[in-house]
Design a protein around this ligand. Structure first.
Ligand SMILES: N[C@@H](CCC(=O)N[C@@H](CS)C(=O)NCC(=O)O)C(=O)O
Length: 214
């Protein structure tokens, strides 16, 4: 049985999107980041600093996937594991595709996620925040040109079809959508992410995320 720990407003969203795409049954435990809770709230709900959660995740961070006795606590590793073991066409058909899916996932979290998160959290109401957002946009232009070029072919990252590589990349690119005009400067990315966000599995995840009361 699969059990995923982590609220929607966390990197668990990328795992929930994939689980919904695959139609896999799973338990969802809404473990929330401790820093988002008051002491009173923390007494009443699962969070990242409880002893039980830290026994699963020494880093005290969500998401965590339990797949029987296998425990994974890196969101990209979770998605690549699910795709490899149960992913059907969303997973690799051979070791070459596996290598390419790994490569795009690592590129997402090394070249794109850090500046995209800076953009997401930059306070556009302050001069310092706007400067941080501009710097983040500057750092994103080179990897976005790479991504845009790759998508200009089939419109997908690996195998000419929708795969886990698209989910892993798209959930990181989403953070950069906080930057006005940046995505629009890369038409293949803009077209690709609009199509991904229209998918029923993404919409299901997103509506649950919007309904989350934290
Ligand atoms: N590289 C990890 C990052 C995990 C991570 O930083 N999770 C955040 C939520 S998205 C968290 O749980 N933070 C809790 C904390 O820092 O106390 C992954 O992709 O799974």
């Amino acid at each position: 049985m699969l059990r995923l720990h982590g609220v929607y407003r966390s990197r668990a969203a990328r795992n929930i999107w994939l689980l919904e795409e695959l139609g896999l049954p799973y338990d969802h435990v809404p473990v929330v980041q401790r820093y988002r809770l008051t002491d009173e709230e923390a007494a009443n709900r699962p969070h990242t600093q409880t002893p039980a959660f830290k026994a699963l995740s020494p880093a005290a961070a969500v998401p965590v996937l339990e797949d029987d006795d296998l425990v994974l606590s890196e969101s990209m590793a979770i998605n690549l594991h699910l795709a490899r073991t149960r992913g059907g066409d969303l997973g690799p058909r051979d070791t070459r595709e596996q290598a390419l899916m790994d490569e795009w996932s690592f590129y997402a979290i090394t070249a794109i996620e850090p500046p995209a998160l800076e953009a997401l959290y930059a306070d556009q109401a302050t001069e310092a925040g706007r400067a941080a957002a501009t710097a983040a946009a500057d750092r994103l232009r080179r990897p976005f040109a790479v991504l845009n070029g790759a998508l200009e072919g089939s419109g997908w990252l690996v195998g000419g079809r929708f795969t886990v590589a698209d989910i892993n990349m798209a959930e990181v690119v989403r953070y950069a959508m906080a930057l006005p005009g940046l995505i629009e400067a890369f038409p293949a990315i803009a077209n690709w992410i609009a199509g991904l966000h229209a998918r029923p599995a993404f919409q299901k995840m997103w509506q649950a995320r919007e309904a989350e009361t934290l």
